[in-house]
Design a protein around this ligand. Structure first.
Ligand code: ZN
Length: 180
C-alpha cells in the first residue's frame, strides 16, 4: 500500500474507503472532511508545504447500500492467507471443492478452500476423509468491513496507524504481514 494512502472514515468513524492523498486533500479543501490523524510527513506542492494526513473523517454520514462480500477465487485465496489448507504450502495455489462437485459439493464459502496443485492431485475427486487428508481449519464466510473491499481491508491491516479504526477479525490476523 502506498505510504501516502489515506484511510477515509465515515462521520461515525467506520472505515469508508482507502483513498490517495489527492482525493483526501480535495475532501479537506472542500470542507467535506476533517483530519483525524496526521502522518507526520509532508509533501512539497506548488501551494507550499502540505502536511500529509493519515486518517480523515467525513463531516457528514455517507449512506450507501451495504455491499456484499463477493465470493471469488481471489477472496477465497485471501481468506486462506494464500496458504494450502491441507499442507500449508504457499506455492502453486488453486481452489479445491472440499466435497467434490461430482457428488454435489457446492461452490460456497463453506466448500471452497485454497489448495496447492500437489494436494489437489492427491485428493483428486475424493472427500478429504476418503483421501486421508485433513483441513487446517473449517472454511467459513469471512467477516469483513462493509465498505472496504477484502483486498483493501487486507492491505489496510498493514498500516499500524490505522489499526484503531479497523475491526480485526481472527481469520485475517496474520494476513497483514504476508499479502504484498
Ligand atoms: Zn498442499
Amino acid at each position: 500500500m502506498a505510504k501516502h494512502d489515506v484511510l477515509l472514515l465515515n462521520a461515525n468513524y467506520e472505515p469508508l474507503n482507502v483513498c490517495n492523498i489527492r482525493r483526501a486533500v480535495g475532501l479537506l479543501l472542500m470542507g467535506k472532511a476533517e483530519v483525524v490523524t496526521e502522518s507526520g510527513r509532508s509533501l512539497n506542492t506548488s501551494g507550499g508545504e502540505l502536511l500529509v494526513p493519515s486518517i480523515v473523517r467525513m463531516r457528514y454520514q455517507v449512506r450507501r447500500p451495504i455491499p456484499q462480500l463477493r465470493l471469488s477465487r481471489h477472496s477465497i485465496l485471501a481468506r486462506d492467507n494464500y496458504t494450502c489448507q491441507y499442507c500449508g504450502s504457499t506455492k502453486d495455489l488453486t481452489i479445491d471443492h472440499v466435497i467434490p462437485r461430482w457428488v454435489g459439493g457446492p461452490g460456497t464459502w463453506e466448500n471452497l478452500v485454497t489448495c496447492c496443485r500437489k494436494c489437489n492431485l492427491k485428493k483428486g475427486d475424493k472427500t478429504p476423509q476418503q483421501a486421508g487428508m485433513k483441513l487446517r481449519k473449517v472454511p467459513k464466510r469471512p467477516h469483513y468491513v462493509p465498505y472496504l473491499s477484502l483486498p483493501k481491508y487486507l492491505r489496510a491491516l498493514e498500516r499500524e496507524d490505522w489499526s484503531e479504526f479497523l475491526p480485526q477479525f481472527s481469520e485475517f490476523r496474520q494476513i497483514g504481514q504476508t499479502v504484498s
